[in-house]
Design a protein around this ligand. Structure first.
Ligand code: NAD
Length: 260
């Protein structure tokens, strides 16, 4: 029970990677706030966790809204008495070549990935600092925090930006025992990626099988997708690490697609 009685606020945790992190953290004794745009799915995920004996609530939040983020964090604090772990994970993908990217879609991407990370961090740090028992902030970056791919300008820009935010939070949070780290997964077969396969096939004029083999997994050491559990185990390591020795770092989990 590495996270016994810790409270974890996880954005975008009604689906995919965030949901798996919620499941793994709950098994380790954490109380989970499932914070997602999709309230119905958040409630369903919380119910799944509760059925296993865990403590969990679903809260509605659009991470691009300061008021909604503040309200969601307060709801979590009211339910469980504080916040020990933030996983800033909510995200979407929109793919176009730069010359065709609408400014509105560019701003939407930066708002979800960067404004969302900033707003949730700000709201949770307030509680972590006041509680005086440290904390762990985990950002869901990507291989695209380190490397670019065609068609993904705002995603690559935002995911690189998270590393800057993480390093700053690591420096500012240290005296409060608050650590910040970034996880950088390769392709994980979640709804976010399932949606991209036909889109990229159309844009690049190749088959869906070719997108998987020759675009998504081309640079991996074994042609394998990273799994949600792979990512969740790394999140657990960051969440449970007991000292400031491990802070300000970004760890790539990608079957060797990107090697540092
Ligand atoms: P997903 O689509 O399965 O889940 C994303 C969740 O975020 C959904 O439940 C959705 O409702 C929620 N969400 C979207 N916009 C939101 C908003 N404005 N406010 C609150 N919640 C919102 O996607 P996933 O693949 O699990 O992605 C999770 C994170 O992992 C994202 O940040 C993504 O960029 C990152 N990531 C994914 C992969 C991958 O291959 N799947 C790889 C690297 C990084």
């Amino acid at each position: 029970m590495q996270l016994k009685d810790k409270v974890a606020f996880i954005t975008g945790s009604a689906s995919g990677i965030g949901k798996e992190i919620a499941i793994v953290f709950a098994k380790q004794g954490a109380k989970i706030v499932i914070a997602d745009l999709n309230k119905e799915a958040a409630d369903a995920t919380a119910a799944e966790l509760k059925a296993t004996g865990a403590q969990a609530i679903g809260v509605a939040v659009d991470v691009t809204s300061e008021d909604q983020v503040n309200a969601a964090v307060e709801e979590g604090v009211a339910a469980f008495g504080g916040i020990d772990i933030l996983v800033s994970n909510a995200g979407i993908q929109i793919v176009h070549p730069v010359e065709e990217f609408s400014f509105a879609d560019w701003k939407k991407m930066l708002a979800i990935h960067l404004d969302g990370a900033f707003l949730t961090t700000k709201a949770c740090l307030k509680h972590m600092y006041a509680q005086g028992r440290g904390g762990s902030v985990i950002y869901m970056g990507s291989v695209h925090s380190k490397e670019a791919s065609m068609l993904k300008a705002p995603y690559v820009t935002a995911k690189h930006g998270l590393i800057g935010l993480c390093k700053t939070v690591a420096k500012e949070g240290a005296k409060h025992g608050v650590r910040a780290n970034v996880i950088c997964p390769g392709f994980v077969r979640t709804p976010l990626v399932e949606k991209q396969i036909p889109e990229q096939a159309k844009t690049l004029g190749i088959t869906e099988e070719e997108v998987v083999k020759n675009v998504m997994l081309k640079e991996t050491v074994d042609g394998e997708f990273t799994t949600t559990d792979d990512v969740a185990q790394v999140a657990l390591m960051f969440a449970g690490f007991p000292t400031n020795a491990l802070t300000g770092q970004s760890l790539v989990v990608s079957h060797g697609w990107f090697m540092q």
